[in-house]
Design a protein around this ligand. Structure first.
Ligand code: BGC
Length: 340
């Protein structure tokens, strides 16, 4: 009460300056006092933290002393690429020769040892009675993929029995079976009789589905037609899932690759291709196999793609796996896919 009265008196006398000074000193005292409190809290906090930090460091050092250093990501362009190579198709070549040349491959799989591959890629090869073609392809493909520093696995999907061949359904089976082994990011859908000539034709997936065969020796290295999407194609897991894979309904030669292109276009994806001087293939000569006659219904089927793609594809692919052999150079999936 007395204080208020005196303050009132000071104010009244116009001695504001004294009041301001008084307030400032009170504030300074409060600040100093809280600083001291903060310091003492910090000291006690640090004292309890120091031993914890030391333990963590010791654990870390013990844990990492024996782990090898982390691998770096492989470069965008592999330094091992050779460009266009002269392909050989020696009649005397054996599977044992190819195995001996590829000691770093286990059960068809390989990953670079000194860097981490940029993509994991499953190569799916539909097959029946084309042993020699398969041998030539494996002979060239393994070193080709290793030069590209890719983490890859090769799957050969064998159609059991002698009913009409169905390339598309075998590729659907290959996709589903390969994913049971590993979550591959990219899939290369590969004909057995096409051998790539230039290792700058990268077996990796793009933002859009990629068609890798611009030219083949047998057709003067010209693109067969604008919408051609056959031979060798690269699609990510996401892209292939989005189109529900291939149709299962194309029995015999032709049409299934055009159907896949329509599915891709229906999903508003576009097809990309590497430059023509790189995307070149040698086709190993063969006659049309028996059991793979041209499919005369293919034009009719192609007219229905838009109506049926949602229910004809990966989600309706029924088959019976007869065996899975993990051979040195590839995983051999033998499958009963039924008949037309
Ligand atoms: C067929 C395709 C084939 C292409 C090139 C087309 O008529 O429908 O399946 O890939 O010809 O041979």
């Amino acid at each position: 009460m007395g204080f208020c009265v005196s303050v009132g008196r000071i104010l009244r006398k116009g001695k504001c300056f004294v009041l301001v000074l008084l307030c400032l000193s009170v504030l300074a005292w409060i600040a100093n006092f809280s600083g001291e409190i903060a310091k003492s809290i910090q000291v006690s906090f640090n004292m309890t933290q120091i031993p914890v930090k030391a333990d963590t460091l010791r654990d870390h050092l013990t844990k990492h002393a024996s782990t090898p250093p982390l691998k770096v990501k492989c470069p965008q362009t592999s330094p091992l690429l050779k460009g266009a190579v002269k392909l050989s198709f020696e009649p005397s070549l054996t599977l044992k020769d190819v195995e001996n040349d590829n000691k770093g491959v286990t059960e068809g799989k390989y990953a670079p040892t000194d860097c981490t591959a940029r993509q994991s890629v499953a190569i799916l090869i539909p097959h029946r009675n084309r042993e020699k073609h398969l041998l030539y392809l494996l002979h060239h493909l393994h070193p080709f993929l290793q030069r590209q520093q890719i983490h890859y696995g090769i799957y050969v999907i064998q159609q059991a029995g002698d009913t009409t061949f169905n390339r598309a359904k075998l590729l659907n089976v290959g996709y589903l079976e390969a994913l049971k082994e590993y979550s591959w990011e990219c899939f290369i859908l590969h004909d057995v009789d096409l051998v790539p000539e230039n290792d700058h034709n990268l077996y990796v997936c793009d933002k859009q589905p990629k068609h890798l065969v611009v030219g083949r020796n047998v057709t003067g290295y010209k693109l067969r037609y604008k919408g051609y999407f056959g031979g060798v194609t690269a699609m990510t897991q996401k892209q292939f899932d989005k189109v529900n894979g291939f149709s299962n309904s194309y029995w015999g030669w032709g049409g299934e690759d055009d159907d896949l292109r329509i599915r891709v276009q229906l999903q508003k994806m576009t097809i990309v291709r590497p430059p023509a001087d790189i995307a070149r293939y040698t086709m190993v000569f063969h006659k049309r196999d028996s059991g793979n006659e041209a499919n005369k219904d293919r034009m009719q089927l192609l007219r229905q793609t838009q109506q049926v793609w949602r229910k004809d594809g990966l989600n309706s692919c029924s088959y019976k796996t007869l065996s899975i052999e993990r051979l040195p150079l590839y995983v051999n999936v033998t499958v009963d896919i039924g008949k037309p």
